[in-house]
Design a protein around this ligand. Structure first.
Ligand code: CUA
Length: 472
């Protein structure tokens, strides 16, 4: 009779245990494992990741020992002191208080905690103190939902694919522009949270050339799981070549790519995306697209980087990455794709995938001159304020009354602008001179602003400010 009572439980265990074990082991990855080892912590490839793995293994073995002792004592007590036939109504001897036992179960865990705490502290200090010699800095800035990577020593900004030279310690300084994210490349280092308005740092020294997978490790909204990134550890020579390319704009050669270059401006992509060496493309709300042809993926690690996938991404962003802040912002906070045909999207893709090269006859000074004289980089003169708001990309971020398509939500709504005493979130008095100052170089006034310094001629700037002055 008694044996029968156990049957359903045993049956359930027979299903649940192997299933649970399979799920647990899937997390272990490894070359033959479910996860193919892409984001495993148990095969560390830097000293820093080894420190983390060492603490993890130590705690795991201590836990296993505790489990065996506790479960063993429990099983012993259950079997040894079980109710035997005829004892059903007998109350066992009642005990209250036992100094020896209480001391034992306080002192033993305290000793165990010391064994865990010492290596943990030492690991925390190790991770927090980069070597002072030869280390260089990369800034990792979390955005909903992509990573911006800056190389301040080289003046280079990129996104979603970090390129690091082998055998050089790198200090990752991370922060966020919106909510809390977390920077994590399991095989290279521990995690570090990215906060708004606070910089955290972690360091590691990659030693093995190869591709590593990273992931935002803090829930940060709809597409948290789609906030992936890659780390390419390359030779020093390859790193320097890459840095060089990062300073150069894509060089469109085909007719399609050249058309794409124009569309990138007229379709207002420039309001959110930067491309080095391209004086029109200076947006910072979206990923920097310089040297995109180098990257293996688009959409923060979501799709392989092919021109066909770029078209899909531009045309159907929301179905690929729910919530992505790409396209035209809507009243309800959602985004719809920018109006364009598949062919136009393909031309933009051809432009973005063009190999980088030195900007044709345009040193930065030459570009600045072209901008201020209304040269090749700026549209022909005689434009109305409304068309300037559209062509310069202001509509990508601002809602502006009277300007079709200006329903952007990233920047402040400009309705009744003249009723406000200040601009730039209180940094400047609201005067026409200050509007000029703010629009021509927002970062000089507010270094962290997402507002892009859109290139305009003085006449264009006058036209835009005059229009803003009418927003009473
Ligand atoms: Cu960013 Cu999760």
């Amino acid at each position: 009779m008694q044996q029968h009572r156990f049957h359903p439980l045993m049956k359930m265990l027979r299903t649940v245990v192997p299933l649970g074990a399979a799920v647990l082991l899937a997390g272990c990855g490894g070359p033959a494992g479910f996860g193919t080892g892409k984001q495993t912590t148990i095969e560390p490839l830097t000293q820093n990741a080894e420190v983390v793995q060492h603490i993890y293994a130590l705690v795991t073995w201590i836990d296993i020992a505790i489990f065996i002792v506790v479960a063993g004592l429990l099983a012993f007590a259950v079997i040894r002191y079980r109710a035997r036939p005829g004892q059903e109504n007998e109350l066992p001897k009642q005990v209250h208080g036992n100094v020896l036992m209480e001391l034992t179960w306080t002192i033993i865990p305290a000793i165990i905690l010391i064994f865990i705490a010492v290596p943990t502290w030492s690991g925390i200090f190790h991770a927090a103190h980069p070597p002072t010699e030869g280390a260089y800095t990369v800034e990792a800035i979390g955005h909903q939902w992509f990573w911006e990577f800056r190389y301040p020593d080289h003046g280079v900004v990129t996104a979603n694919e970090l390129v690091l030279p082998a055998n050089k310690p790198v200090v990752i300084k991370t922060r966020s522009v919106d909510v809390i994210h977390s920077f994590w490349v399991p095989r290279l280092s521990g995690k570090i949270d990215s906060f708004p308005d606070h910089v955290n740092q972690i360091w590691f020294k990659p030693v093995k050339i190869g591709l590593y997978y990273g992931q935002c490790a803090e829930f940060c909204g709809t597409s948290h799981a789609n906030m992936r990134f890659r780390v390419h550890v390359v030779s020093e020579g390859d790193f320097n070549t890459w840095l060089q390319h990062e300073k150069e704009p894509p060089q469109p050669t085909s007719e399609d790519a050249k058309a794409g270059q124009q569309l990138f401006v007229t379709k207002t992509c420039i309001a959110c995306h930067s491309i080095s060496g391209n004086p029109m493309a200076v947006g910072v709300a979206g990923p920097n697209l310089t040297n995109l042809s180098y990257r293996t993926t688009i959409g923060a690690g979501i799709l392989e980087n092919t021109q066909a996938n770029i078209v899909q991404w531009i045309r159907h962003t929301q179905s690929i990455k729910p919530g992505a802040k790409m396209g035209v912002p809507q009243e309800d906070g959602s985004y719809r794709p920018i109006d364009m045909t598949d062919q136009e999207a393909a031309q933009i893709a051809a432009y973005l995938d063009s190999p980088p090269g030195p900007a044709a006859g345009a040193a930065p000074a030459g570009q600045a001159a072209a901008m201020t004289t209304g040269g090749a980089a700026a549209p022909a003169g005689g434009e109305t304020a409304v068309s300037l708001f559209q062509s310069k990309g202001c509509i990508g971020c601002h809602t502006i009354p009277g300007v079709p398509g200006a329903v952007g939500k990233i920047g402040p709504n400009l309705e009744h602008l003249m009723s406000r005493p200040t601009i730039a979130a209180g940094k400047l008095k609201n005067t026409p001179e200050n509007l000029h100052k703010w629009i021509s170089n927002p970062k000089a006034i507010k270094p962290d602003t997402l507002m892009a310094p859109l290139p305009m001629t003085p006449q264009e700037l006058d036209t835009v400010v005059a229009y803003l002055e009418t927003l009473k």
